[in-house]
Design a protein around this ligand. Structure first.
Ligand code: HEC
Length: 146
């Protein structure tokens, strides 16, 4: 009885965030071949997400072809040319969950909600980037060629 009530309340409380759950995906080799939830990425939106200090935060760690960014990070690879180094499925997995490839990676898993520690209450159960945003970022990265 009490357990049922707690379960019902948990479901009600979780409901507003259901749409923001991480999408299921299938890893093949070191990539994710299928677009998340079938979304079609937009490279222009993806560039804005990557360069954003609110959303992607990619430039805290990475440099890249962003003349407007004066103090990019330098703890990770330069993103310039990423589309020539990696296939689209490889880029998708690196953005979704780079720890699948290197458990020690400091790069955040941008589309994962399970197994994370120290997640703020407002972010619990919500991926950092939505499926659409991941696809936008992947489309932008794929366009980065020398
Ligand atoms: C906290 C630091 C950090 C942040 C933030 C971060 N990354 Fe990374 N990223 C890394 C590190 C370190 C690597 C090197 C491989 C590894 O350790 O996983 C990496 C690897 C990569 C790679 C493959 C590396 C290559 O050789 O080109 C791509 C692509 C990438 N990151 C894209 C992104 C994008 C896009 C974002 C933002 C949405 C982002 N990263 C945010 C640290 C970060």
């Amino acid at each position: 009885m009490a357990a049922g009530l707690v379960l019902t309340m948990a479901l009600v409380l979780a409901a507003p965030w259901c749409h923001a759950q991480a999408e299921a995906y299938t890893v093949v080799g070191d990539g994710i071949p299928e677009p998340l939830s079938g979304a079609v990425g937009d490279a222009t939106r993806g560039r804005a997400i990557v360069a954003s200090r609110q959303q992607g935060l990619c430039l805290l760690c990475h440099a890249g072809p962003f003349p407007e960014e004066r103090t990019p990070g330098n703890i990770a690879t330069d993103l310039a040319g990423a589309g020539a180094r990696w296939s689209v499925p490889q880029l998708r997995l690196r953005v979704v969950d780079s720890r699948r490839l290197d458990p020690q990676s400091v790069m955040p898993a941008f589309h994962r909600t399970e197994g994370l520690v120290q997640v703020g209450a407002a972010w619990q159960g919500r991926p950092i980037l939505s499926a659409q945003q991941v696809e936008d970022v992947v489309a932008f990265l794929a366009s980065l060629r020398p």
